[in-house]
Ligand binder design. Structure first.
Ligand code: AMP
Ligand code: MG
Length: 425
């Protein structure tokens, strides 16, 4: 897709219908405006967890550096072993992990070797200790103890070769990457600076924790789910609290947020642009598109730029906030953080254990529980009531059941798409 010039241009396109915006199209439009951060900082390897690598990492060494044993046992010359009888060899030394045997071994000789011990020159194979007995320096090796030369031996460079590109820039650093970086002896890496995300909730009914509730008031929970989701993604969060639905207060909040953050996220009425003044205000401060997405929950969504900051206006309902975050904001933030090859949450097919009622016309993201079935696989059912205000459904769920736009009722036993919410399989 060629990059459109401005949000205003998009809103003039023939096929643009803000009142029925397909999920995929909204994602695509948002993507076309995302430019990743470029500022790099150098951090200690341990602090790189969850960050995005800003440089290619080339291995300065081979890992492992030497051929070594995969077992506790005896390092032997395969050619010495008799195919049809027990073999007796002379033990001439031992090789521990970190304390190698330095001499070569000759015909008829072997050494005691432990896992990770360097293979001595001359030996090509390791016999596991369970297949050998030792007495007074003589080692008897059972017939058929190894089937081929090279068995139980790890090769130098079998994990990584010297000079090999281990990771490309744009790689997210998980625990496995931390370990690999450490295995190369690298103590510091270049990562992209953290993305700064400011957020606030809007709504006169919202109260912060610590304030008693009067009739009709509720506690602001979106602020906490957003805090959690953003922190998990490795963002620097700026929690601006609740902002009253009043023009001058909102203008101040938007201006402050956009001036100091890369991304501004709001939840509540503002995002829908219901009140004319909100639209006018955002038009004055930047360029923002208001959409009704063809999805459930999470219909109203706004995206745009306010100054240099990206703006996501999420719906107010607590479940809608989480669904729109996972379906739109998550990917966008990962791209802005500099990660390569960002994809939406992957979907896979699972059998439905109870029927679902649905009306065609919108993509539904129902909260689902994946659990083991009787056949050693998994099946999925919904958490029950799917109201967009029922946050306990998110808490009970471990996946979204994604029902495409054109689909209607789904019977038990049919395959449905699910997106895992915890880690990824
Ligand atoms: P709105 O989009 O502002 O019309 O809000 C839709 C629903 O979500 C209303 O019932 C609000 O009370 C509720 N809501 C909005 N913001 C929050 C929030 N920050 N925490 C909890 N509920 C909220
Ligand atoms: Mg509201």
């Amino acid at each position: 897709m060629t990059s459109p010039k401005s949000l205003r241009e998009i809103s003039c396109a023939d096929d643009y219908d803000p009142n029925s915006m397909p999920v995929v199209k909204a994602r695509e439009l948002i993507r076309s405006f995302l430019t990743p951060v470029t500022v790099i900082e150098r951090v200690h390897v341990r602090s790189a967890l969850g960050r995005v690598l800003a440089e290619d990492l080339i291995s300065p060494i081979a890992v492992p550096g030497h051929d070594n044993s995969a077992m506790d046992g005896y390092a032997v010359r395969f050619a010495d072993l008799k195919a049809d009888a027990e073999t007796t060899l002379t033990r001439v030394g031992e090789s521990f992990a970190g304390k190698p045997w330095t001499g070569p071994i000759g015909p008829g000789e072997c050494i005691r070797i432990f896992t990770g011990g360097v293979m001595p020159e001359g030996a090509d194979t390791v016999v596991m200790q369970e297949r050998a007995t030792e007495h007074a320096g003589r080692v008897k090796i059972a017939q058929g103890a190894v089937s081929k030369a090279g068995q139980n031996r790890r090769f130098a460079g079998e994990d990584l070769k010297a000079g090999q590109a281990v990771f490309r820039k744009g790689q997210r650093i998980h625990p496995a990457e931390l370990g690999m970086i450490a295995s190369l002896g690298i103590g510091e890496v270049g990562v992209y600076r953290m993305l700064r995300v400011a957020f606030f909730s809007t709504g006169d009914e919202l109260k912060s924790i610590g304030t008693p509730l009067r009739a009709g008031e509720i506690y602001d929970s979106n602020r906490y789910t957003l805090h959690g989701m953003l922190t998990r993604l490795g963002c620097e969060v700026v929690d601006m609290g609740v902002v009253e639905d009043a023009p001058e207060k909102l203008e101040h909040a938007f201006a402050t947020a956009a001036a100091s953050a890369d991304v501004v996220i709001t939840s509540g009425g503002v995002s829908v642009g219901e009140a004319d003044y909100v639209k006018q205000l955002l038009d004055k401060l930047g360029e923002v598109l208001f959409w009704k997405i063809a999805m459930r929950p999470g219909r109203p969504l706004a995206y745009g730029k306010i100054g240099g900051a990206h703006f996501f206006g999420l719906p107010g309902n607590p479940v809608s906030v989480m669904v729109t975050f996972y379906e739109f904001v998550r990917d966008a933030l990962m791209i802005l953080q500099g990660q390569r090859d960002v994809t939406p949450l992957p979907t896979f097919k699972v059998r439905l254990s109870a029927p679902i009622r649905k009306v065609p016309g919108r993509t539904e993201f129902q909260r689902g529980i994946l659990s083991p079935d009787d056949n050693g696989g998994f099946s999925v059912r919904t958490t029950g009531d799917q109201g967009s205000g029922i946050l306990s459904s998110m808490s009970q769920a471990n996946c979204f059941i994604v029902l495409p736009t054109e689909v209607g009722n789904v019977a038990a036993g049919e395959l449905v798409d699910v997106q895992l919410l915890e880690g990824l399989i």
